[in-house]
Ligand binder design. Structure first.
Ligand code: NAD
Length: 252
């Protein structure tokens, strides 16, 4: 699926969580559009595979270590904050350390990366920040307190970056998918099927997609196309927005 046509030659694109799922699809897509890719992930092998295809640079780093992240001095014209993890428990059972970890990876690390990259974007008069949020940046679900809190925080950060970046040619947006076919979701389907004693297809339709009008998962390549579109000239007026790709979930 190569529908959006954009020439990103001369642009550097940093993608976090580039080793898997949405981040992987996005890094590959931006690379195919000519960007020099900096693919960051916790896991070395998958991120090296991505860079073998795109060229550019693989960075193996743990985003939860914020000072180590700052020390990498990552700089890019396009930032895609994508890395994330999920933790499904009622609030009273969530370990405070786990809550902090999720906020560090999914909110504080994006802040550090944006903070580090903005001056270079301002110097060039051009920059694109794309934050992979979620329906859960706009809506809550029970048992996902840290994830929902982090994504709602990311929405706020993205909007402030949009306001501050606008005079400098920098846009900042969120992309808000419903459930996407990635390892993160495959694991949830398997867990829920076990927990409820039902088949995986039943979990998909009756649990994960119960609020969506379109009863299918979003594909990682579809999200990657949206990211690319946000880096394209026709998207120059889109900033501070949340680009919902949820099969109608939030239409309710
Ligand atoms: N899959 C979905 O249904 C869905 C829906 C909406 C939003 N999202 C969001 O999209 C993003 C990507 O999700 P995905 O489904 O592709 O997940 P995924 O599990 O396939 O990939 C996530 C990647 O992030 C990396 N990562 C995790 N913790 C890290 C850390 N501390 N430091 C560096 N890298 C780390 C992992 O190694 C992995 O490669 C997440 O922010 C997620 O919240 C996913």
């Amino acid at each position: 699926m190569n529908t959006v046509q954009v020439d990103l030659t001369g642009r550097t694109a940093l993608v976090t969580g580039a080793g898997s799922g949405i981040g992987r699809a996005t890094a590959l897509r931006l690379g195919r559009s000519g960007a020099r890719v900096i693919a960051l992930d916790l896991n070395e092998e998958p991120v090296r595979e991505v860079v073998a295809a795109t060229g550019g640079e693989a960075v193996v780093a743990d985003l939860s270590d914020l000072d180590a992240l700052d020390a990498l001095h990552l700089r890019a014209d396009i930032v895609v904050n994508c890395a994330g993890i999920q933790h499904v428990r009622p609030i009273e059972e969530v370990e405070p350390e786990k809550f902090s970890l999720i906020l560090r990876i999914m909110l504080e690390a994006p802040f550090r990366i944006i903070r580090g990259c903005l001056p270079g974007m301002y110097d060039k008069g051009w920059g694109r920040i794309v934050n992979i949020s979620s329906v859960h940046g706009l809506r809550a679900s029970e048992f996902k307190s840290a994830y929902v809190a982090a994504k709602h925080g990311l929405e706020g950060l993205s909007k402030v970056a949009a306001l501050e970046g606008a005079p400098h040619g920098v846009t900042s947006n969120c992309v808000n998918p419903g459930y996407v076919r990635t390892p993160l979701v495959d694991q949830q389907i398997a867990d829920q099927a076990r927990a409820h004693g039902v088949s995986e297809s039943e979990v998909l339709e009756k649990v994960l997609l119960s609020s969506a009008a379109l009863k299918r998962l979003v594909e990682p390549d579809e999200v990657a196309e949206m990211v690319l579109f946000l880096c394209s000239p026709p998207a120059a007026s889109i900033t501070g927005a949340s680009m919902v790709m949820d099969g109608g979930w939030t239409a309710h």
